[in-house]
Design a protein around this ligand. Structure first.
Ligand SMILES: [Zn+2]
Length: 376
């Protein structure tokens, strides 16, 4: 028995020795699996399926722990999942292995920017610019954040459990409190409507009109901006006004949508923001919509998926009106919890076609047709 076993083992060893391809094949198969996992991971990052991306890169690292790209991918997944501690660990590891990985510098910058440590963020981004001096978008961002840092360095800070508000000058203490109170109301109301409460603190920055223009470069018609932080211009605010409440509910809705999914078409995002600010469609606007629907002049929703920021005042006015009208139709005919399902579908990586049919149980086309008909 013993001998037979030894013989078998001996034969196996000899076979192996004389068959170098077996070892190479195994190695080849591992390389294949590694390559497949890496490709899947980056595809999942692109389609915003971050939990799946985290698993793919984590698995890829079991095959090759010294791959800078796999650590980078895992860092990106953690970054998007808002797991900052692990994101920083993985991005730093990627840089240890490849000091020229400029994406890792960029995301470390994003991470510190998000934590409101603008100085550290800028130091990471400066390194990214050094490696990629031709990246004009990145350079423009660094310039903008440097202006932001200069403006906000000496701002006061005030916090509640869900918000951090920053403003300049002690005379704005009361304004800061008013704003926090309204935002806490918005937090509760939207939370109940959507059954969703964002984790983590949302930052709100109050500027003078001039600072607002310099920091945000927002178009003239914009009353506030959400770009990861809520930024609003306030003058000598002393009391709560209905306009301020609407503005804050609007920008807070963008913060909530962003916390659910980074991939929301503009018509849905802006429609929801106006819905929650309490904006109504007046009789004149209703006439405009009716006329446009009747003459087939309403734009396709697919034309309203990208940002409205580049539009002129007139075009923007129309785009916002269409968005509100679509969302009102959605709320009336499908209910808010179904809209939340559409957002969840988007968060899970579906495109808008799939998200609409998954959430509303009709195709994007049928939904759009229903909206047009509702206006006639
Ligand atoms: Zn908006």
């Amino acid at each position: 028995m013993y001998t037979t076993k030894r013989t078998a083992l001996f034969i196996a060893v000899v076979l192996c020795l004389f068959c170098p391809a077996t070892g190479a094949q195994a190695q080849n198969a591992e390389q294949h699996t590694y390559a497949r996992l890496m490709k899947a991971g980056f595809d999942q990052i692109r389609s915003a399926d971050y939990p799946a991306a985290r698993d793919s890169f984590g698995e890829a690292l079991r095959y090759n722990d010294s791959s800078a790209d796999a650590h980078l991918g895992l860092g990106l997944a953690y970054f998007h999942l808002r797991d900052d501690k692990y994101a920083e660990r993985e991005l730093s590891k990627a840089l240890e292995l490849d000091p020229k990985a400029s994406t890792a510098y960029q995301f470390l910058g994003e991470l510190y920017y998000r934590k409101d440590d603008l100085e550290t963020a800028l130091s990471w981004w400066d390194k990214a610019v050094e490696l990629d001096p031709a990246d004009s978008k990145l350079r423009a961002k660094v310039e903008r954040v440097r202006r932001e840092h200069k403006t906000e360095k000496d701002f006061n800070r005030d916090v509640t459990s869900h918000f951090l508000v920053k403003y300049e000058g002690r005379e704005k203490i009361e304004a800061g409190r008013i704003i926090l109170r309204i935002l806490e109301d918005a937090y509760g109301e939207l939370g109940r409507s959507l059954s969703f409460y964002p984790d983590g603190e949302i930052q709100v920055i109050l500027y003078s009109g001039q600072q607002f223009k310099e920091v945000t470069e927002a178009p003239g018609w914009s009353g506030g901006v959400y770009d990861g932080k809520i930024r609003i211009p306030i003058g000598g605010l002393e009391d709560e006004t209905p306009g301020l409440r609407r503005l804050l509910y609007h920008e807070y809705t963008h913060a909530v949508v962003r916390a659910i999914t980074p991939r929301c078409p503009a018509w849905l995002n802006e429609g929801l923001a106006q819905y929650f600010e309490g904006r109504e469609i007046d009789s004149r606007q209703r006439e405009v919509l009716k006329r446009m629907a009747g003459s087939g002049k309403l734009p396709a929703l697919s034309k309203l998926e990208g940002s409205f920021m580049g539009l002129g005042a007139d075009q923007a006015g129309h785009a916002y009106l269409f968005s509100l009208s679509v969302v009102r139709y959605m709320v009336d005919d499908f209910r808010m919890y179904r809209i939340k399902t559409v957002l969840d579908e988007l968060a899970a990586g579906a495109d808008i076609n799939k998200a609409i049919s998954g959430g509303l149980m009709v195709t994007y086309e049928e939904f759009e047709r229903g909206w047009r008909t509702s206006l006639e």
